[in-house]
Design a protein around this ligand. Structure first.
Ligand code: SF4
Length: 332
């Protein structure tokens, strides 16, 4: 596998009236070409801030840590994303090498401009192709994502399409520039289950066809199980467990991941009670010391969890976890 994007020691803080608030704390991961990574966690876990950092889309009050590094491996060589400054250079990653799709497609489309015009503009921003060619590609992409009568839809407005169709149109627009990396932020949450399954299948097909990487952000481990090759679980800005999706779901090591899995409905036992992770994620203004999960952890070991930040441990070559239960000297 070849690395597509490498994130090293990513820390993101926001300047606020209350001081610097940490949203992402020392997160590292690698995504390979053609790989789908699920980024899972509750709201406030830092997953969207992490994903937006890949495109430098965080708000202007964001401050990146000194050791933070994001390297995108493009055809022309590695790009140090956090060092990009000019609008011209940022355009190479934003909507060019990296595209993003959102939970609510209405947020991506301007309501008073036809879908086709927006697709053509997007293509022309990132290339010097003619309007006629851009239209041709846009209609092709609408067709490719399964939109019927694409030439007619091209001239319609976002509000004229159904929810599932809008989502497909947004995916078509995001993919028309042939990005190397697609960031999908809760792309199926607002859809009903049947359409959700169709959109997931479509994204899987597109990964193999375009050989791109996808970062799939969701709070839903069930969706990740269907979509991703590997999963990274975040909690309060920390990446607490990562590994191949089947391995993590069958054999979760971190008490928080275990809690997320226990909270999933079981189709083979519909009478089984759902057991959500107890308590609420603390405010980022009141980050717990030591392990950030210690205020909710049902397996807390004692003072070490309250004082010492657990380091990443490899439980096998591809599965890592940050929890004192897996320290070499602490019996599991
Ligand atoms: Fe629980 Fe301690 Fe592990 Fe944190 S380090 S998850 S508090 S056992």
């Amino acid at each position: 596998m070849t690395a597509l994007i490498e994130v090293e020691n990513l820390t993101v803080q926001f300047r606020t009236d209350e001081g610097l608030v940490t949203a992402v704390d020392d997160v590292s991961f690698t995504l390979d070409k053609g790989q789908v990574m699920g980024l899972v966690g509750e709201s406030g876990s830092g997953k969207s801030v992490t994903a937006k950092a890949l495109m430098r889309l965080n708000a202007r009050n964001a401050v990146y840590g000194e050791k933070s590094r994001i390297t995108l491996h493009s055809e022309t060589g590695p790009i140090d994303v956090l060092k990009l400054t000019s609008a011209r250079d940022l355009k190479i990653v934003r909507g060019g090498a990296i595209s993003m799709i959102f939970q609510e497609p209405m947020a991506s489309f301007a309501p008073a401009i036809t879908i086709g015009k927006q697709m053509v503009e997007q293509l022309q921003i990132h290339s010097d192709m003619s309007k006629a060619r851009a239209k041709e590609i846009s209609v092709e992409m609408l067709d490719r994502v399964g939109i019927s009568d694409p030439a007619r839809r091209f001239d319609q407005y976002a509000f004229e399409l159904s929810g599932g169709m809008r989502q497909r149109a947004m995916i078509a627009m995001a993919l028309s520039t042939k990005p190397k990396l697609l960031i999908a932020d809760e792309p199926t949450t607002a859809l009903d289950v049947t359409i959700q399954a169709q959109v997931i299948d479509l994204m899987k097909d597109l990964v193999s066809e375009f050989h791109m990487g996808i970062v799939f952000i969701t709070h839903d481990l069930g969706v990740i199980a269907q979509t991703a090759d590997k999963v990274s679980v975040m909690y309060l800005g920390r990446l607490i467990e990562e590994g191949p999706v089947r391995e993590v779901i069958r054999n979760p090591k971190h008490p928080y991941t275990q809690g997320l899995i226990a909270a999933l409905p079981k189709l083979d036992d519909l009478d089984a009670p759902l057991t959500p992770v107890a308590g609420d994620i603390p405010s980022p203004l009141e980050r717990p010391s030591g392990c950030v999960f210690h205020t909710r952890c049902p397996q807390i070991l004692g003072d070490i969890c309250k004082t010492d930040l657990p380091r990443d441990r490899r439980v096998d070559p591809v599965h890592r976890v940050a929890c004192h239960l897996h320290d070499e000297k602490t019996p599991a």
